[in-house]
Design a binder for this molecule. Structure first.
Ligand SMILES: [Zn+2]
Length: 114
């Protein structure tokens, strides 16, 4: 059972279906691909490789810095940060919730475009 969210899920960024790729990112310049839930984003840009979307922001577990949008393999299989999961009320596990069939409270799922 996921815990009750400790953040106001109705104020999280990227709640709409079209912005789902920005919800769970991993930290830049680390060997970890643990996915964290962004709760704010101050800017975004393309990485040095010319294409990978990156963002400066803060996560639900309290990290701040530069984050990278995961590729498909990480998006499907990387570990979700347990503290971020607890903060937004999703179960611990692997893969971005949107890609793993997990409903993220306050966020639109893939078939909820309006
Ligand atoms: Zn986290």
């Amino acid at each position: 059972m996921p815990s009750k969210p400790t953040v106001d899920v109705n104020r999280l960024p990227f709640r709409h279906a079209d912005t789902w790729p920005w919800r769970w990112l991993y930290r830049l310049y680390t060997s970890s691909t643990t996915l964290h839930r962004l709760v704010s984003r101050t800017k975004w840009y393309r990485g040095d490789d010319g294409g990978t979307p990156q963002a400066d922001g803060k996560t639900a577990c309290g990290l701040s810095g530069q984050f990278v949008m995961p590729g498909i393999l990480s998006r499907m299989g990387a570990r979700r940060c347990p503290a971020c999961c607890d903060a937004v009320g999703v179960p611990h596990g692997r893969g971005a919730p949107y890609n793993s069939g997990v409903r993220e409270p306050g966020c639109q799922g893939p078939k909820e475009k309006t």
